[in-house]
Design a binder for this molecule. Structure first.
Ligand code: GTP
Ligand code: MG
Length: 245
């Protein structure tokens, strides 16, 4: 594999920089949230200082997530009840920013890393992924479920690296930034959690520039996962479908 392309398709070096007032105003942080009432308040509090726009896409929560967000003065949209992929598309369609940052609501992602993601876009990348393989994860180890997730994710990543001649390490992490026009051009169709890998495969097929920056994943703060490991087969099925078609 070509060493000059080690950080993704483009070989762009991403340096951590300060997020300026100018580039923060071009960013919309999109937070998909389904029954995250206990997490959303502290997350929004941490995000406010960044100066970015933000919106929440509620997955028909029954625990008052949407009401809590409205009370915090946030724009809240509802997905169509089809899953996280559906929610990302609803968020993108309603985002005023030119740069979209997708971030989970469960406090797994570090708001301080948003600056690195956005800086990658500013430096010319089309898609910047926060890599847990480079930044570490408190969730991907220690149990059988986590082993299956981690191994499956690494295997799919390896296949993509050989197929497209890149050196990516984490194609599944939901914490990422993408130019809005690029997102819309990809025409993503998957409704569930496979949307993240679909985004990467479609971007690679279109020759888009992908880079990764290290990002640490914390354990979900409270509440339940919406991704049962028994649905792992879907990742395999859609991966090969997206690769071929
Ligand atoms: N709007 C919307 N958000 C969703 C939906 N499913 C999941 N989410 C959100 O997507 C994010 C990721 O879901 P998680 O349940 O944390 O998935 P995970 O990170 O694989 O699981 P954990 O390891 O338990 O954190 C969270 O913010 C969820 O609330 C959905 O159908 N609609
Ligand atoms: Mg999570």
């Amino acid at each position: 594999m070509d060493g000059s392309r080690r950080d993704g398709v483009s070989g762009i070096q991403v340096h951590t920089g300060q997020m300026t007032a100018m580039n923060a105003s071009r960013v919309t942080i999109i937070i998909p949230a389904k029954n995250e009432a206990s997490n959303i308040g502290p997350l929004i509090e941490r995000l406010r200082g960044l100066g970015c726009g933000m919106l929440v896409v509620d997955g028909n929560s029954t625990d008052g997530t949407a009401e809590k967000c409205s009370a915090l003065g946030l724009s809240v949209f509802r997905d169509h009840g089809r899953g996280k992929g559906d929610a990302l598309r609803v968020g993108a369609a309603n985002a005023p920013g030119e740069v979209l940052v997708f971030m989970d609501a469960d406090l797994s992602h570090d708001p301080a890393d948003i600056e690195k993601l956005v800086t990658g876009i500013e430096q010319g990348a089309d898609l910047v992924i926060g890599s847990r393989m480079k930044g570490g994860s408190d969730e991907l180890h220690g149990t059988l479920d986590n082993f299956i997730r981690n191994t499956g994710s690494n295997l799919l990543c390896l296949i993509l690296n050989y197929r497209f001649g890149v050196m990516l390490t984490d194609i599944e992490n939901g914490f990422r930034a993408i130019r809005k026009d690029v997102f819309l051009d990809l025409g993503l169709s998957e409704d569930g959690f496979t949307v993240e890998q679909e985004m990467v495969i479609r971007a690679l097929k279109k020759g888009r520039r992908i880079v990764e920056v290290p990002s640490h994943e914390f354990e979900r703060s409270s509440g339940k996962s919406k991704l049962p490991t028994r649905e792992g087969w879907k990742f395999l099925y859609y991966f090969f479908k997206d690769l071929v078609f």
